[in-house]
Ligand binder design. Sequence first.
Ligand code: C5P
Length: 411
Amino acid sequence: MQRLTNKQIVLGITGGIAAYKSAELTRLLKGAGADVQVVMTPAAIEFITPLTLQALSGHPVHQHLLDPDAEAGMGHIELAKWADMVLIAPASADFMARLNSGQGNDLLSTICLATDAPIVLAPAMNQAMWRDPQTQSNATNLQTKGIRLLGPGVGEQACGDTGPGRMLDPLEIAEQTAALFDRGLLTGKHVFITAGPTREAIDPVRYISNHSSGKMGYALAEAALDAGAQVTLISGPVNLPAPPRCQRIMIESAAQMLTASLQHIDQCDIFIAAAAVADYRPSAVAEHKLKKGKEEIMELHLIKNPDIVASVAALHNKPFTVGFAAETRDVIHYAQSKLQQKNLDLIIANDVSRSDIGFNSDDNAVTVVSQSQTQPLPLCSKRQLAAQLIEIIAIQQAALSSDHTPMPEKS
Ligand code: C5P
């Protein structure tokens, strides 16, 4: 493991018995080429001496927020700016709670507030404390804010309990830390993905919808996250959990999906429309539940919904825009004409007349269609397909944006 050469890591140590493992972690990070500055909370010092960490890191250990000597040398802002990563191992339940609520009441929490570097936590606590709903909610919120969690592991604990809450082994933390520095294809990009069906209300209890499961859109969100992107998932009603680390906005109707899509569109680099949007909605929503009448036929007036992906693609500064085309015949031909009509950069065409792929299935086979080429991707799981699609999308978006980058002026 030599992937940490020249990387500057602030290693935060909070109070917990696992703090003794931080000595080994410091040694491993240094051995992999990193420069490590250790910051300890007052509780951490009860478990391991700063002298040990000073000897292993080769730097004085930072302990106090209001320390005139430290402020003259490496104070909290300097440390926050110096860090390529803030790694906190062990991260106690108390520290996670303070970090989640944005407190800056000791040196380590202040560094977390002040840094632009990625923050990574290796939680360590008793299994009951980890399972506590408040800790779980803190963990979820921290992940939503882009903070990575490594572990915790499951097993026997220092207190004699068995369960989740053990800090991962130092070698595993060091390896995962190094892997985080490997830049993904979409690092620094913000990807918006629409997913699932929309519901168009008829009256307070009835709606028009479709069988979309959202699986393809959610798989794309996971693949984009794995490629390092920040992801906003705009989802209709589905039975799927939000992928960790992504911001999910739940909507019902096409009109709500359009509003959510456009709200922060100026921050979006890539827009992927995987939702099965209802083409029409009832022209009026009845205020009260419609009663069964004597008539044999009931007429419902429908009006056209806005086309979300076309609205995004019509923007002056449009993101790289990708649509889906579910067709039952002449798949490529219809996909090509949709690509033109909606002003898309790519369209992913699939043949929904086949029973083994599409809407509710776990598998899919598609053809990626752009202005210049068509590329078939054979049948595989939606997960595998999503990874391939994200790679194609990332490469094409990068190629297009470098085409659009103005040439530097000659001096
Ligand atoms: O025109 P059609 O519905 O076949 O186009 C499918 C593509 O357009 C999908 O990417 C879908 O998410 C998107 N779409 C949309 N808004 C609509 C209808 C479709 O964004 N109202």
